[in-house]
Design a protein around this ligand. Sequence first.
Ligand SMILES: [Zn+2]
Length: 445
Amino acid sequence: MKAKLLLLAILFALTACGQTSRNHQVNKPASQQADESIRFADYFEDKTMRLDFYHCGNATEETYFFDELKEEPYFAGSYYALRDSFNYGNQRFVLIDKASGREIYSFHYCTLWGEWQCTPEARTTSLGMPESVVFPYPKHDAIAQIWSRGNPHNPDVKKLHGMQPWVLKFEYEIKADNYFVRGFSPIYETQDVHVVGDSHTCLDIVLIPEGYTEGEREQFVRDCEYFASEFFRFEPWTSNEQRVNMRLVWAPSAESGVSIPAVGKWRNTAVRANYFTFDSERYQMTYDFQTVRDIAGHTPYDYIYILTNSDKYGGGGIYNFYGVGAGHDTHGTSGRVHVHEFGHQMLGLGDEYVEIGNTTSDQYDPAVEPWEANLTTKVDVSRKPWAQHQLPEDSLHGKSLPEGGGYLEHGIWRPYEHCLMNTLAYPFCPVCLQAVIDYLNYITK
Ligand SMILES: [Zn+2]
């Protein structure tokens, strides 16, 4: 995976790896079969519960350790988009009402730990990362579950980016009368960047500063305004500007700048991000997701994007986790990078680019249909909504689909030649565009 991130000049990977699987069946928790609608007010208060835990293991094991429950003041999600059936991602969070056994809330996501699991280090070391999930605050006793894509040949080994059956990895009972749920005490100021509507019916992005000191607040505000102006230059965001809110949390760092380990540069910063994540120079991430959440919780949010006090090319974005990008635009590309990363972050769009000479991948198996909306191995292309109506008939099973994507030259296809998920010089292809719109319609309904 490191090589994937190193080789390409402009794009970053949403990465993965694992073992071979030929099983394309998706097993869902029994409770998800229920079809009746869930009334938000019957089960939830209009605020957030956060479940902190440690995501641990190595190349062949994945375990979770409970940490703490927390209360956060805002719930920015939709009252109606409570159960996610898109089936993207490598993890699935489910909340079950204990009394009725009904699934009352669910969503999918990916993690940095899941990427780390594919690195050589994971073959010789076990490691835990602080993680958390957030969900509307349950009124009654509930069961929280985390499911992971499993491999039918070895349930403890993940094959990422494929349609494997879900395996239950973690379960925790939430008691409605638990007075150890930690309360929230705000310590940071917040500020509107682009606020146009109610957070329950808008997509809400919180912008978090990394490496800006007390004296650099104006610079951070300028970088947030730049982020917003660039974001809305691209479709579908131009047409949907009235459905997107952006707010910043002013969380200054003790020291200015960013950490670049390979040149011995370390800074004491708000979320402890650094370049060279997994030894890939431009992969700028943080292991400390709980600290990121501590800052984000000051304002309503659906998505977290971290702007770093840097113009060094770099960043990353993980589905329903967080995104990172260099805050300043000195090369004229940062805005496009932000929108590209947000495509990873919002719905897990895959990278459509090819690394020349790359014939094998830890992330995509030509025998397995990937879950990404915009890549196919043609194993089960009919699963893609676009296969039916957005491509010419002869592209469906055939030759005119551009070959190459997901870093591989062969065995994986992308729906169109050009796309922002391939090269920054182009807008989203029609398939990515529609996938973003479909997901946006779901989370804002
Ligand atoms: Zn595309």
